[in-house]
Design a protein around this ligand. Sequence first.
Ligand code: ADP
Ligand code: GN1
Ligand code: MG
Length: 361
Amino acid sequence: MDERIRNKYIYQFDIRGSIVSIAAYGKGHINDTFLVKTIVDGCIKRFILQKVNSNVFKKPEQVINNIEKVTGYLKTRADSERVVLSLIPTKEGNTYFKDENGDVWRMYNYIENSICLDVVENEQDFYECAFAFGKFQRDLRHFPAETLYETIPNFHNTPVRFGAFLSAVAADKCGRVKSVEREIRFITERQDFYSALIDAEAKGDLPLRVAHNDTKSNNVMLDYKTRKALCVIDLDTVMPGYSVTDFGDAIRFGASTAAEDEKDLDKVHFSIDLFKAYTKGYMAGCDGKLKDTEIMLLPEGAKMMTIECGMRFLTDYLNGDTYFKINYPDHNLVRARTQLKLVSEMEEKWEEMKKAVKEYC
Ligand code: ADP
Ligand code: GN1
Ligand code: MG
């Protein structure tokens, strides 16, 4: 595989020097990521090569087009090349390369001397992630969101996700429904909640903005020495959306005391302290640019993204694991269970969450 990647894909891109190594990289559930090292004039240079998942992104050219627009815009506000992703052009001057199977490959500059966190280790690091996503929101606030393609229609439309979940339950393709009745009940009992954000948008309380839509802590690169936020990465799902779902997705992933796929649910807790740290960082990054009605909906965003992700994992489990990459047969079920556990703890701490965001209005 390495040989094939080397000859067929890497050399399509306009990079100098010779290739030292290529290795699978990162822990994403969707794309295939490779770290490419080259040597130029005695110096090692690194790049990130990725194959866009064409099962998930049906129009990968539109994904790249959104990324070009957003990174181009952010660059006009950036003071260093470590703070914005740059697409490396192909030798033909394109921003991606399409292989013989129709798969789209692209290459990014590597953000040097950086780390990202699969599990948040402390409040300060989480504050930094929040600041980065808040700043991303602030920097893009005048960008015309409607000019971006909706690359995955209804991506965070929870009622639509719930409909897909109910269809998976009804079809029971793999005969797994019987073993997850408790989880199904948990999700169906909360169905009145699922239109809360869409209703708020209709009322004018929630503006449509440029949303990142995948605000996991491992999508922010921090400087490895200072641990200050450098750069928001993983821009595939940048689309028109809500600030509160970006906030919420970060909380569901990062304000947990355990990994998204922790099997021992006794280790999985929603941390109100991490929630508060993220709120503070997000508000500082947004720098007063959110509406009060939006701020008041941040807890709804957190609960919505957590239950939505839980139902997405469970839907995929019921459908036979065709969407998210899995490492073992029950992986999606394990992931779904952590999300539902977090939702129930958010419900217990609901008033505290509401109180924590109120001070920013
Ligand atoms: P996925 O959609 O599969 O999550 P990402 O774009 O987030 O893919 O990349 C996977 C991982 O690769 C990231 O979590 C990060 O560790 C690393 N990575 C991606 N882009 C860069 C970059 N430009 N510089 C440094 N590391 C990167
Ligand atoms: C996927 O690619 P990755 O791992 O950053 C998914 C997100 C989910 C996340 C759950 C395009 O993100 O929506 O929240 O897994 N991305 C897509 O970990 O579906
Ligand atoms: Mg990622």
